[in-house]
Design a protein around this ligand. Sequence first.
Ligand code: PMP
Length: 398
Amino acid sequence: MSLFSAVEMAPRDPILGLNEQFAADSNPNKVNLGVGVYFDENGKLPLLQCVQAAEKAMMDKPAARGYLPIDGIAAYDNAVKGLVFGADSEPVKSGRVATVQALGGTGGLKIGADFLKRLSPSAKVLISDPSWENHRALFTQAGFEVGTYTYYDAAKRGVDFDGMLASLQAAAPGTIAVLHACCHNPTGYDITPAQWDRVIEVVKARGLTPFLDMAYQGFGHGIAEDGAVIAKFVAAGLVFFVSTSFSKSFSLYGERVGALSVLCADKAEADRVLSQLKIMVRTNYSNPPIHGGAVVAAVLTNPELRALWEKELGEMRVRIKAMRQQLVDGLKAAGVKQDMGFITDQIGMFSYSGLTKDQMVRLRNEFGVYGTDTGRMCVAALNGKNIGHVCQSIAAVL
Ligand code: PMP
C-alpha cells in the first residue's frame, strides 16, 4: 500500500491531450487544428520580428536576474493597463486599476479566481455554453460552483442572444460572469457592440461581477476594436476583472506572459486590492519570471517596436481571414453541398464547424486531421499546403 495506491488516473486534457496523440501519429499528411496556436503560411510557429528585436537589444546589454517584485515588472504592468484601458483613460490616470503580471492568461484567471473566492466565497460562476474548456476547470479548482449562461445556438449558427440575456438576468446578484472580450473560444461568434450594451445593462441591474477574458486581442477586427468593450464597461461605472494573454498576440506561448487587471472604484481601493492580489501570487509562485514580460514591455513601450508588433499582429489577423475564405471555397470545390459560408462569419482563431464527435474522430483516425471532439478547428493552423487535404477530408466525413 502506498499513499498513492487509490489515486485515480485523471482524464487527458481535452485539448493538450490531442497534441500527444498528434505527435504519435505517423500519417505524413497530419494537420493539427486542435490546439489554439497560430502557425504561419509555412506551417511554422512564428517568432515575431518585434520580439527578436527586443531580445537582441536585451542580449546586447546582458542583465543579471534578480527576483522581480511580486506583481511583476512595473513597466509591463503599466503597458498592460495602457493597452487594456487606454494610457490616457480616466481609470489609468486616476490610478484605480490594479494590475499584476501573471503566468499567461490562465495565470491571470487563476489569480483572479483565488482572490474572488476569498472576497465572495459563496458566489457562483457562470461561463458561456460552450466555453474554453479550462474556464470550468479553473474556477471549479478555485472552489466555485460553475454553471453556464446560454451562448451558442447550433441550429441558427450564431449566438442565442435572447437566451444569453435571460440567463444573465436569472443569475443571483454577486454571480461572477466570465465573458469573452473578443474572438469567442470555441465558437468564433462574438456579440455586437449594441448587444454588449444590453449585456452591460443586465450585468449592472443584476449586480453581477464581470470577469472579461481577453486572450485574443488583435485577432478579431483590430487591437483597438477588440478592446473597445472595456471602455463600455468603464462607461457603465462598473468595477470588473480583465485577464490578458500575450501568448497568441506575441506568439510567446511558452514564455507564459499575461496579466490580471482589476478596475476598482478609486485609487485607495485599487491599492488594497493590489495588496491582496500580491498575496495570491506570493503564495502560489512568489513572483513571475522576467523574460517574456520584459520582451512585451520593451515592445509595447518603444514606438517603433510597437508599430512593428501591430503590423505583424495585423498580418496574422489578415492571414486567418484569408484561410477562412479558402476553407469555404475549398470545401465547395471538394463537393460539399451545404453552405459553409458561416466559417467567414466567425472571428478569431477558431471555427466551430458543426461536425459531430463521430465525424471529428473519423477526421483524426482516417485522415490525420485533428480538431476537438466538439467540432472546433483552429483555422490559424491552416495554410496553402494543408488546406487541400483538410477540405478533402472534411468532405469525406460530411
Ligand atoms: N482564455 C481563453 C479563452 C483561451 O483560449 C486561452 C488560451 N487557449 C487562455 C485564456 C489562456 O491563455 P494562456 O495560454 O496565455 O494562458
